[in-house]
Design a protein around this ligand. Structure first.
Ligand SMILES: C[S@@+](CC[C@H](N)C(=O)[O-])C[C@H]1O[C@@H](n2cnc3c(N)ncnc32)[C@H](O)[C@@H]1O
Length: 195
């Protein structure tokens, strides 16, 4: 669970960058558990977390990966990136945009990822940015690789969210929605996709 300091930090950055931060509070551990479910993290060689924020999912990811798994986190906000470097010294933290994911991975000697876990606030992004980031993610994932991202339930039936799901369906072999995670503020569901 996020500490009080992490919650305060998150709220502060929401007021500074509301669209990029996309939430007023870090996600709950229940949503973290749903995000990592069925991702086969134990077997993965390379795992990417996109938009880790203060690390609401990062601990759950690191708890499940194998001892030699390379875990990389791409975070746009420099303050969150600095926080993550201190909190998780074993994590490879990149302060930058997910649009450059493939190049960042190649710079670190990796040609593809087995899993990408992403918590970007898609609903606030213009469609061209959604496409650029999803292109970068799909190019990075190996065939058969797993992608997970979440949406807030109250927005899931809005036209923008339905369009986003269609975009996912156009890029991935399968897209499955999880049951609603009610113990999150606000409640959310996870889209699990296979490339
Ligand atoms: C909704 S928050 C999720 C944070 C955390 N994973 C959680 O669930 O509590 C979205 C995060 O994505 C980051 N972000 C926004 N745009 C990004 C981009 N283009 N590339 C990488 N990270 C980005 C934000 O800075 C923020 O930390």
């Amino acid at each position: 669970m996020a500490s009080l300091t992490e919650r305060a930090r998150f709220l502060f950055h929401f007021f500074r960058h509301p669209i990029a931060t996309g939430a007023v509070l870090p996600s709950s551990r229940y949503l973290a558990e749903s995000m990592v479910e069925d991702m086969n993290l134990t077997q993965a060689e390379t795992v990417v977390e996109v938009g880790p924020g203060t690390g609401a999912f990062t601990g759950a990811i690191l708890d499940r990966v194998g001892p030699r798994t390379f875990v990389i986190a791409v975070e746009l906000n420099p303050a969150f990136a600095a926080h993550l470097r201190t909190k998780y010294p074993a994590l490879h933290v990149i302060n930058g945009s997910a649009e450059n994911l493939r190049r960042e991975l190649m710079d670190r000697g990796r040609t593809s990822a087995d899993c990408v876990l992403c918590s970007l606030p898609w609903a606030g992004f213009p469609e061209d940015l959604q496409h650029r980031i999803l292109d970068a993610i799909v190019e990075t994932l190996r065939p058969g690789g797993a992608f997970a991202t979440f949406a807030y339930v109250h927005a899931a039936w809005f036209p923008a969210a339905r369009r986003f799901r269609q975009i996912l369906e156009g890029r991935f072999r399968s897209v499955v929605s999880s049951p609603v995670v009610w113990r999150n503020v606000p409640p959310a569901l996870v889209y699990r996709c296979e490339r």
